[in-house]
Design a protein around this ligand. Structure first.
Ligand code: PLP
Length: 491
């Protein structure tokens, strides 16, 4: 590059090398920079160059940058900024194909939204809206009112409130109803969900005092009765979601606990978790009570997520006795945990689908749950046929019985029967196959079980099947070129 002076090759203090470092303006004016400036904009390129020149300066000062290396770094600046600009501006939040068969995969964003919810988000977010405004009166009204009509249809006689997620819903409920007082919970329900959600920690932050009762495997009604004192504010029951205690166990069921709560005039809060509003028993999911069932069993308040089985956006919902919800809404924390207009818009669409009994047709998660084994098997067979005998043979494609999982902390051992496509590329370890699929132009996330990579089409919308086919095709082509050098992609 013309503007950059030759680096002197003299050794010593580094002073000549330091002098050889160009000024920012000089570098920017250099013709080599134009493509990067045009592509990424001047401010970004200035920031990158500033970083790079400072690093070189620091290297020279410490004596780690030899003159030849400095010359090379300076000559390489145009290529470096292009590459670095690309790397820093490319989004890390991109769509992937979820071929794991885990319907509510927290790492993959849980429930996909229905198209109608996206249209409503667009409509409400790209314009001003009536978020906190009432048209007939021309005056302010609370944003919490938007979904009241739908909630009243779903949960008659109850009131509801929406916050950022279920952890926030629980925090808000505990803080509102039990700050400085005791909350009685079974030791068998002090769960951790997804690594960062732990009941005891949320409880501590809410200012409520945890009163653990029973043992990990057995808790009886008498344990609850003995724990009640004038300091008790609330009984809490938690759906253990992502684990099961099996063997010598005892648990107090909700109706019994509700009867005790009524006798003692204490509210009973149930962390239901999944937000399931459907009867999933016909699909073989037995241990996932619906929010309506939990309310009917006598819980005074229920909290659940918006983006699990409810099938909506990330949100936390609290539903229950109107007097309790009124107190929740008056808590200043409710303001800190409130949700945005886009969440109301998406949630409205999803709740409306439930109200109209159209969840199974309109909500992706409910549709995936309802998908039959036969339908998935037919899709898998068609995919293998489309790939052709060559790819089928090269990748050792085989259909294999298996189970899709609800995930997201729902019913851990209850799988939905599915038909998997097992991939066993010759000369490639399952890890290597899984990695190839993941590193493709659109990442395809598959799961590994024993010695196979498994693809479950239950969680792959039909529109994404060509992406899976392209990924498998590329894998087979690569395998054909070189099936000996198995770990080539690893760096
Ligand atoms: C998932 C889950 C939570 C956490 O919900 P988030 O919406 O992720 O905050 C809490 N409790 C139960 C029982 C759950 O299943």
């Amino acid at each position: 590059m013309a503007v950059i002076r030759k680096v002197s090759s003299s050794r010593g203090s580094g002073a000549p090398a330091m002098r050889a470092l160009p000024q920012m303006d000089e570098v920017l004016e250099g013709t080599g920079m134009r493509p990067a400036v045009e592509r990424f904009g001047r401010p970004l390129i200035v920031a990158l160059l500033r970083e790079r020149l400072a690093a070189l300066r620091a290297g020279i000062r410490k004596g780690d940058v030899a003159p030849a290396a400095l010359q090379e770094a300076l000559d390489g600046l145009p290529a470096w900024v292009l590459e670095e600009g690309q790397r820093r501006t490319q989004s890390g939040l991109v769509p992937v194909v979820n071929a794991t068969g885990v319907l509510l995969h927290t790492n993959l964003g849980r429930a996909p939204l229905p198209g109608e919810a996206i249209r409503r988000i667009d409509e409400v977010a790209s314009s001003y809206s009536t978020l906190e405004y009432e048209i007939p009166g021309g005056r302010r009204r609370s944003r919490t009112a938007h979904l009241d009509r739908l909630f009243a249809l779903l949960f008659p006689g109850c009131a509801s409130h929406v916050v950022n997620n279920n952890a926030a819903a629980l925090l808000l409920a505990l803080n509102t109803l039990a700050e400085g007082r005791e909350v009685v919970v079974s030791r068998g329900e002090l769960v951790e969900i997804g690594g960062s959600f732990r009941i005891p920690e949320i409880m501590a932050k809410s200012g409520a005092l945890l009163r653990e009762i029973g043992t990990t495997n057995r808790t009886r009604l008498s344990d609850y009765e003995r724990a009640l004192t004038p300091k008790t504010a609330l009984l809490l029951k938690v759906h253990p979601s992502n684990y099961r205690i099996v063997g010598f166990t005892a648990e107090v069921r909700l109706p019994e606990l509700a009867a005790l709560a009524r006798r003692k005039r204490l509210p009973l809060l149930m962390d239901q978790g999944s937000g399931n509003l459907l009867d999933l028993k016909p699909h073989g999911v037995r241990n996932e009570p619906s929010v309506q069932e939990v309310l009917a069993s006598g819980a005074d308040l229920v909290c659940f997520s918006g983006d699990k089985l409810l099938g909506g956006p990330q949100a936390g919902l609290l539903t229950g006795r109107p007097a309790l919800i009124a107190r929740v809404r008056e808590n200043p924390l409710a303001r800190a945990l409130r949700v945005d207009k886009m969440i109301y818009a998406a949630l409205e669409t999803v709740l409306l689908a439930h109200v109209r009994g159209r969840a199974q047709e309109e909500l992706p998660v409910a549709r995936m749950i309802a998908m039959t084994h036969e339908a998935i098997e037919a899709r898998a067979r068609r995919m293998v046929v489309r790939l052709g005998p060559l790819i089928e043979a090269r990748l050792g494609l085989r259909l294999q019985e298996g189970a899709s999982l609800l995930g997201g902390g729902s019913a851990p051992e209850e799988g939905l029967p599915t038909m998997l496509i097992a991939v066993r590329a010759k000369g490639l370890s399952p890890r290597a196959v899984e990695e190839r699929l993941r590193l493709g132009p659109v990442p395809v996330i598959a799961r590994i079980e024993s010695d196979s990579v498994l693809i479950d089409l239950r969680t792959v919308p039909e529109g994404q099947e060509p992406i899976v086919e392209a990924a498998l095709g590329a894998l087979a082509a690569e395998d054909a070129v070189d099936s000996r050098n198995t770990e080539r992609v690893r760096r």
